[in-house]
Design a binder for this molecule. Structure first.
Ligand code: NDP
Length: 453
């Protein structure tokens, strides 16, 4: 059992994570929020109080911290008695925050791969360049380090693993599809940190095809998908974090990531990129000032958190999995629909932050409970996905599945039993568990999306 959470970062994702920790503070204990700017942490606390998110007694406190400073981070972990650290600051912080966890024994979670400020789209596998180098150190210290526990990476890794375990004997491909069919009403904005958003797209696109890494250019490969609720959308083959662990851990020959972009985004991106304004390399102005063009673009674009009010529409993110079961080809889509306005109503955030902030807290709760507290470093697909999906279903982020049997809420235990081999179902203990599970499910709190069933 682990208690007391330190959230690092005070941006859009931290805002959701803090609300969700507050909603579950009876389990999680004290909640501390730390970033360089104390006022941002205090604003999150004010929002939690305004929405009445906190459920039980316990501290809720803001702290000023530069998380690149390992000693200061260790001191804060110790001072606050935090046994769980949720790192949802910028991805430049991962390795220093992880080090502080290794040295204090706190469990570590993040939602994105570490980035070196001077490099973009490094050679694959990206985790091998940074996080996995500390795997032995985590094991030696008995520290649980859960990497990439947002939506993508995170939930989509769990979807891939769940599909493999439940619906297939052999999986040929996993296509991860990420569509934001929402509208923020601004001329141009990114839904999360612009610097990180652009860095994903300015260099080589790495995808996993026929059991090897394939390089291509951004916007070189496009694909149309007909997705539930949001309908038909054009997506582009994009490099993304989860490919770099799923390719190693799942043994699936083809894993690709497709992100939806509108023509307007692509036009603006291409202009900025062609002018060199998305470069992470410093330039010197005529006045002798050294500046990083990408940081200037970030500074002039809207703060992603400010998009939340008035954001309309929905996101649809999921895994389309193809393979065979009992020698027959089949196709399963596991996905989530998240509504921008509902997210704002509940916690004051847009859906992109919501879909990343809820999973990392669901994962923290599984660590707090001991279910996922494995005492070493793991990516999400290495853990049992069922309790994770179940936990998110209860927290407002509901998983659905579309296959030959139809489109329904994915209740993991029910799906596992529906797809279990007959000899397992003859076991009465399994039947009893199923009945018990069904009773719990029907008694469970109705979540905000279960009405779609
Ligand atoms: P924001 O840019 O809104 O927030 C980043 C926060 O990090 C800021 O509040 C900033 O605050 C803080 N920060 C930056 N440097 C430091 C530092 N040295 N010490 C302490 N705090 C620091 O980003 P988002 O909230 O949108 O995203 C957060 C993370 O989640 C990112 O890693 C992003 O890539 C990831 N993400 C993951 C998704 C997923 O599905 N897996 C989806 C969306 C985002 P301050 O300036 O005050 O220090």
């Amino acid at each position: 059992m682990k208690r007391n959470v330190l959230i690092i970062g005070a941006g859009g994702v931290a805002h959701v994570a803090a609300h969700k920790c507050a909603q579950n503070n009876i389990l999680l204990g004290d909640i501390h929020i730390a970033s360089r700017t104390l006022a941002k942490c205090e604003a999150i606390i004010a929002s939690i109080k305004e929405k009445g998110s906190k459920r039980g007694p316990g501290r809720l406190q803001a702290h000023a911290l530069d998380a690149l400073d390992i000693e200061a981070t260790k001191a804060l972990i110790r001072e606050t008695g935090s046994q769980i650290v949720i790192n949802v600051g910028s991805p430049f912080l991962n390795m220093s925050v992880m080090e502080a966890c290794i040295e204090t024994g706190a469990a570590y979670l993040d939602t994105a791969i570490h980035e070196d400020p001077d490099k973009v789209c490094e050679p694959p596998p990206w985790y091998g360049n940074h996080e996995w180098k500390r795997r032995d150190a985590c094991k030696k210290a008995g520290v649980t380090a859960l990497l990439g526990a947002g939506f993508d990476p995170g939930v989509v890794n769990a979807y891939g693993r769940f599909a493999m375990d439940t619906y297939f004997d052999q999986v040929d491909s996993i296509d991860i599809i990420d569509i934001n069919a929402g509208s923020h009403g601004r001329y141009f904005a990114t839904n999360f940190d612009p610097e990180i958003n652009f860095r994903e797209f300015t260099s080589t696109v790495w995808s996993w095809q026929n059991n090897r890494w394939k390089s291509s250019k951004m916007f070189e490969h496009r694909q149309q998908w007909d997705m539930p609720v949001v309908g038909n959308h054009t997506t582009y083959l994009t490099g993304h974090d989860e490919l770099h662990s799923m390719s190693k851990n799942l043994g699936v020959p083809n894993i690709r990531f497709w992100m939806g972009f509108g023509d307007h985004y692509i036009n603006v991106f291409n202009v900025l990129n062609s002018l060199g304004l998305l470069s992470e390399k410093p330039v010197r102005t005529a006045e002798g000032d050294e500046i990083v063009p990408l940081k200037v673009v970030k500074a002039v674009l809207p703060d992603p958190a400010s998009l939340a009010k008035g954001y309309t529409g929905k996101t649809c993110i999921g895994d389309l999995v193809k393979g065979t079961k009992n020698g027959t080809q089949q196709e399963v889509l596991i996905y989530n629909i998240c509504d921008h306005e509902e997210s704002y109503e509940e916690v004051g955030s847009q859906a992109i932050s919501y879909t990343a902030g809820v999973p990392v807290v669901a994962a923290a709760m599984l660590i707090a409970d001991g279910i996922w507290d494995v005492g070493h470093m793991v990516n999400v697909e290495e853990l049992d996905p069922a309790p994770f999906i179940e936990q998110m279903n209860q927290m407002g982020l509901v998983t659905r599945v579309r296959d030959a049997k139809g489109d329904r809420v994915l209740e993991p235990q029910r799906e596992l039993l529906m797809n279990a081999p007959e000899e397992e179902l003859e076991d009465t203990a399994t039947y009893e568990y199923f009945a018990h599970d069904q009773a719990l499910l029907t008694k469970g709190q109705p979540s905000r999306q279960q009405g779609m069933r």
